[in-house]
Design a protein around this ligand. Structure first.
Ligand code: GTP
Ligand code: MG
Length: 242
């Protein structure tokens, strides 16, 4: 159907406003519903920039980003927001209650939906342990919760909005390996029909991805499954060994 969640980047080149050289060059890939696409590459290689083009935080200089075959440049921002959830690298919380933070973007979610999302995001225990539970207050910028807790709340917020496409920008690296593994196992069920694009640092986070894109200096230098890349990609091997 038209709300499937197919993501396509077609020959995308992008430079930040005022910058001389592009940070992304000729990026092309397709992500289908039910698939997990992972993006890996050294710091500054352009991973965050790549994700930012789908929700139109920026628009490419050349090429096109399409959602279900329609260029996002021709879509309503509200329409994109309904269908795409970005969990940013620096997760942001609003001053207000945990409940308020989780319902952002889907105000009619039930309490049960909030708890389910928290459970998947491995955040239910710490919220339950708070005296006021979902009604606990978050200070401006979320400074009264830890970095890992903030990340889990932002993941839960994305889950509550039930998007067709999830973008996780380095959302798992602040978690310990065991929590990361539990979270991703729980995510599988809830995101089974969705399109998932994960930027990761830890190889164990992405070994099961349907496709891994290896980004280097704004270009996709290699792509394939974990096993394929182990055999064919020196850049990937370097990342694995680091
Ligand atoms: P890590 O998150 O550190 O792993 O890096 P990344 O792969 O996400 O790289 P990112 O997309 O953030 O940055 C790619 C390049 O764009 C780098 O050279 C950054 O310095 C540059 N860059 C990132 N954000 C901005 C911005 O807002 N303005 C400008 N002018 N340059 C930016
Ligand atoms: Mg980044």
């Amino acid at each position: 159907g038209t709300l499937a969640g197919v993501v396509e980047y077609r020959n995308v080149t992008f430079a930040y406003p005022g910058a001389e050289s592009p940070v992304l060059s000729n990026i092309s890939f397709t992500a289908q519903p039910g698939q997990t696409i992972a993006i890996i590459g050294s710091t500054g290689s352009g991973k965050t920039s790549l994700l930012s083009l789908l929700p139109r935080l920026y628009d490419p200089a050349e090429g096109e980003v399409l959602l279900d075959g329609v260029p996002v440049s021709r879509m309503d921002r509200a329409d994109i927001t309904r269908r795409v959830a970005l969990v940013p690298q620096r997760p942001y919380l609003f001053s207000g209650t945990i409940e308020h933070n989780l319902r952002f973007g889907k105000t009619d979610a039930t309490d049960q939906e909030l708890w389910e999302a928290l459970q998947v995001a491995q955040g239910d225990e710490f919220v339950r342990a708070k005296k006021n539970g979902l009604g606990s207050r978050i200070s401006q910028g979320g400074t009264n919760v830890s970095g890992g807790q903030r990340q889990r709340l932002c993941i839960a917020r994305a889950l509550v909005s039930r998007p067709r496409v999830y973008l996780f920008d380095d959302s798992f690296s602040a978690l310990d390996v065991a929590t990361d593994a539990r979270l991703r196992a729980a995510l599988k069920g809830i995101t089974a029909d969705a399109t998932v694009i994960i930027v990761a640092q830890r190889i164990s986070t992405i070994t099961e991805a349907d496709q891994i894109l290896v980004l280097d200096n704004g270009r996709i230098v290699d792509r394939g499954t974990h096993q394929e890349l182990l055999e064919t990609s020196p850049t990937y091997q370097e990342i694995v060994e680091s």
